[in-house]
Design a protein around this ligand. Sequence first.
Ligand code: 6CS
Ligand code: FE
Length: 322
Amino acid sequence: MSALEQKQQKIDPYISRVSDTPFMTERQDPVIYGEQVALGEDKGPLNLEHLEAYNDNGFLFFESLFSEDEVSWLLGEVERLKTLKELEDSDYVIREPESNEIRSFFYVHQFDAVFKALSQDERIVNIAEQILGSQVYIHQSRVNLKPGFRGKEFYWHSDFETWHTEDGMPRMRALSCSITLTDNNEFNGPLMVIPGSHKLYISCVGETPENHHLDSLRKQEYGVPDDKIMTELVEQNGIVAPKGKAGSVIFFECNLMHGSNSNITPYTRTNAFFVYNSAENTLVDPYSGMQPRPEHIATRKDFAPIQPSRLQNALKDYRDKK
Ligand code: 6CS
Ligand code: FE
């Protein structure tokens, strides 16, 4: 690391996109907050084995956390969103780079009552609170549709590198929860993670373009690791692609290296993603020194912690009203 890079490191341990060569440094934050793993205790819902696996690998996978009945309700809501005229030209909708098919709906935890209820469900919020050792709020939400035949890849990246550089997320005290709404199998572009990669921070090359999100959410080209570092990471840790039926859930650490391939099968790979940030890690000015990204990509206006509730109650209310 050059003298300049060492100087920059002192200012910001997670500085990125300031050098013309990438460099790797040790993570400088805990993975599991609170003394649970150190004291060999777990207050639940995760047991000590779960906590140690998450600490070591940076992710956890649970089959069928949500029932078929809940999943069909959620998937029905995605189909309804696809028909909404008022969403057609909305900034919340990101389209695929070539086909222009819908790639993602962002901000679903705010503009859609069904996904708001899902984002507050105690089965996932209680796990996020336990890992992050505090109350939590939603930093970002999205439904990635990855449509059959035309759902393009999400290239390798660390979410935290973007959220720190472009959103001003201070420390690594956040996680993503991906809820599969359709089966994720080896063919239709499942999430791929590099186990243990959350323990290293890769400072990427390049400079963040203005309004980078207008391109990066379609095809990310800045804030991505180079081939040499990716080869090293894969050779040391391998690649794991958690797969499972609709209703399964993957929790992954904000700095875990991940990506997913294009989907050329007829079967959509539709997942809902909620990013839980610790209420003690709220955003400051972006470390890039640039303008913050819009509210529908990174929550800045309201850091009120979530009060966990039950999706089943929302589903019952929905049916009672019909
Ligand atoms: O820039 C972001 O916040 C988004 N980009 C990716 C590829 N994953 C995290 C997030 O959805
Ligand atoms: Fe990501």
